[in-house]
Design a protein around this ligand. Structure first.
Ligand code: PRX
Length: 654
């Protein structure tokens, strides 16, 4: 972490206490912290009690097989019933669950009663394919209502879904489908992206070529484009689902029944299938959505701008909000289609009151200019949220001033795919917010900043962020790889039993937590996690590349950007060929291998890479180059002249 960023952050000392009005009506109170400390399990039992259980739990937490947690053991519930049926049974069937907005301008309002009918039909349809509880279903869909319906239909049947972001390449989809051994894949003919229809089904076909584990591919019609068809395997969603009855009785499953797998990047080239289960996950999803967003069912209009392909979409579009009977906006497209006011037009049109987005988008809005939101009536907004990466104080202040009229609370929420739900965040109505700080672990959550030995650091000092107590929505493992689960998260502070988050953090003088970015080889580009190794593997799979090293360099808009250093194979296009062309081909190659989000911002063709005597690439030095800094200490390099060689041979080619 650059010292400069750190000192900027630490000189930030503004603080925004909640207004009296907000505090008086807020869901969260300061007493929650005390309640959770005095009886932690009782606190979580109370939160779980807001859900509907078919059978009560015997034990709140079973940590006897740590780090494999069991929450609410013996309890039984149906996640989809909790998100849909019970609201209809309680007389809220006519309440809009989803204001869906398509990118080309089409829209659809779906009430809870309609959602129940659709989810029931889809559940009947998936059952008719012979799927049974415990089977895995992969979903690669754009942000269409069917994506949410498909997830809930899986949850209803106890099928474990694995949603794969629509922008991932066929190779990335294939490895995820294979790893989870999904029997069915749900996708669409195409997706709208920046005003035009892009193919999706073709990519899925490519991913599934000669993959016999997949029995059926269900295709949602979205763009109406012609698609290749595999007879006997492919089915149209509308043919399969529309004819099904709208009645379906939800069966209750064990609290620890696997709800979903979501793949995320780790420090190796192979993504990890993060496993989440039912009762604890839904408990924390609903609790955090209620207290962090101060959500009021039937009153608020909530909008989380994430894609369902990421954890934020799972927890704060699907499970948390629907469990809490939210009325929410779901938008299919990009924020500048057809123009840069799209989000604000939607806020105005639906009276959005809670808006949750990522710092990278806030910085993009800043770039586009304050006059754009100023042209819309945003007076319905009463709370703003941020997630995915550290938010710089300037962006925080801009957000509050230009989107929140200088009055709304902002919640900067820290969490991960692995944590399943928000862990560290201010509580609106309670916390005096500090721009750029996620501040404090939520009631019921234990987080601390420690040094190499696991000892808590003093106020004003930095170190590693750890979670020192199990939490209900914690990952239950890495799909098929218990060893990697232990190694990755639990081995670093094994004696203390701490979960190692992989993030650097710092306490300020008040003991509030400031997140400082990853301390491992994981990059955070526009809030998306990508490992350096993943991109390096993609680069070296290209015939012209002999070796590659990738670093995340700070970037004013995307937080970090991918910068690659590449040694070309002799005799191939590279140093001697047309550089610009070679670099363009490599960038496209990475996009094809992983997905456009992994495209390096810059590829530098270099004669050598800086390595230690044991052969480890010193990324720190490459980061210095990528960020145009003076190169740091080179004494541990096997050949200290390498940096000289790299710097002198550098001709940025992209
Ligand atoms: O580095 C932290 C950063 O995003 C990582 C988790 O990424 P992912 O699993 O994709 O989940 C993103 C959405 C929850 C973390 O290890 N991160 C997330 N939120 C914040 C953050 N960094 C700083 N401040 C945040 N609010």
């Amino acid at each position: 972490m650059a010292e400069e960023v750190l000192s900027n952050l630490m000189s930030e000392d503004r603080s925004f206490p909640p207004s009296e009005d907000f505090a008086a009506g807020a869901n969260a109170t300061a007493a929650l912290y005390d309640d959770a400390v005095s009886d932690r399990e009782g606190f979580w039992a109370e939160q779980a009690g807001r859900l509907s259980w078919a059978a009560p739990w015997e034990q709140v937490l079973d940590w006897s097989d740590a780090p494999f947690a069991k929450w609410f053991t013996g309890g039984r519930l149906n996640v989809a019933y909790n998100c849909v049926d019970r609201h209809v049974e309680d007389g809220h069937g006519d309440q809009v669950a989803i204001h869906w907005v398509g990118e080309p301008g089409d829209s659809r309002d779906i009430t809870y009663a309609e959602l129940l009918a659709e989810v029931s039909r889809a559940a009947n349809a998936l059952s008719s394919l012979g799927l049974v509880a415990g089977d895995r279903v992969a979903i690669q869909l754009p942000m269409v209502p069917e994506a949410i319906v498909a997830m809930l239909a899986c949850a209803r049947l106890g099928l474990t879904h694995s949603v794969v972001f629509g922008g991932f390449s066929p190779a990335a989809l294939r490895s995820r489908v294979e790893d989870a051994a999904a029997r069915v894949v749900i996708t669409s003919d195409g997706q709208y992206r920046r005003g035009s229809a892009a193919p999706m089904k073709e990519n899925v076909d490519e991913a599934l070529a000669d993959l016999p584990v997949v029995e059926k591919v269900v295709v949602v019609r979205r763009t109406g484009t012609d698609v290749p068809w595999t007879e006997g395997r492919d089915l149209w969603w509308h043919d399969l689902v529309d004819a099904q009855p709208t009645e379906h009785t939800a069966e209750a499953f064990d609290a620890e029944h696997p709800l979903f797998i979501l793949y995320t990047s780790g420090t190796t080239g192979r993504p990890k299938g993060i496993l989440h289960t039912s009762g604890g996950y839904l408990t924390q999803a609903a609790y955090t959505h209620r207290v962090v967003f101060d959500h009021r069912p039937g009153e608020d209009v909530y909008w989380c701008t994430a894609d369902i392909g990421w954890i934020t979409g799972h927890t704060y579009i699907v499970y948390g909000p629907l469990a809490n009977r939210a009325t929410q906006v779901v938008y299919e497209g990009t924020p500048n289609t057809p123009n840069e006011g799209r989000h604000w037009e939607i806020v105005e049109r639906y009276g959005v009151s809670i808006y949750y987005t990522a710092p990278t988008l806030i910085r993009t809005f800043m770039k586009w200019g304050a006059h754009i939101p100023a042209a819309f009536d945003l007076s319905s907004l009463r709370l703003l949220g941020s997630v995915g990466e550290p938010i710089n104080p300037e962006a925080w202040l801009w957000y509050r001033e230009n989107i929140g009229r200088g009055t709304t609370p902002i919640v900067d929420t820290w969490w991960q795919t692995e944590t399943g739900a928000i862990m560290i965040s201010p509580l609106p109505g309670v916390t005096a917010a500090k721009p750029g700080s996620a501040q404090r672990a939520l009631p019921g959550i234990g987080a601390r900043v420690v040094d190499e030995t696991g000892a808590e650091v003093a106020k004003g000092s930095g170190g590693y962020l750890v979670l020192d107590q199990p939490w209900p929505s914690m990952l239950r493992g890495i799909w098929g790889d218990p060893e990697r689960f232990r190694d990755t998260y639990w081995s670093r502070f094994a004696d203390l039993g701490y979960y190692f988050a992989g993030d650097g953090a710092k306490y300020d003088a008040d003991g509030d937590i400031w997140l400082l970015g990853r301390v491992d080889d994981v990059m955070n580009v526009s809030g998306h996690r990508i490992s350096t190794t993943e991109v390096e593997s993609a680069l070296v799979s290209h015939p012209t590349v002999a070796e590659a090293a990738v670093v995340g360099a700070s970037d004013p808009t995307t937080g970090q950007a991918i910068v690659a250093f590449v040694i070309a194979r002799s005799g191939t296009a590279g140093p001697d060929g047309d550089r610009a062309e070679a670099v363009a081909a490599l960038r496209d190659h990475v996009a094809k291998e992983i997905g456009p989000i992994a495209k390096p911002r810059q590829i530098l063709i270099v004669p050598e890479l800086p390595k230690t005597r044991s052969g480890k690439i010193m990324r720190r030095l490459l980061r210095d180059v990528a960020e145009n800094r003076e190169v740091g200490d080179v004494t541990t390099l096997a050949d200290s002249s390498v940096m000289e060689l790299i710097s002198s041979g550098l001709r940025p080619a992209a």
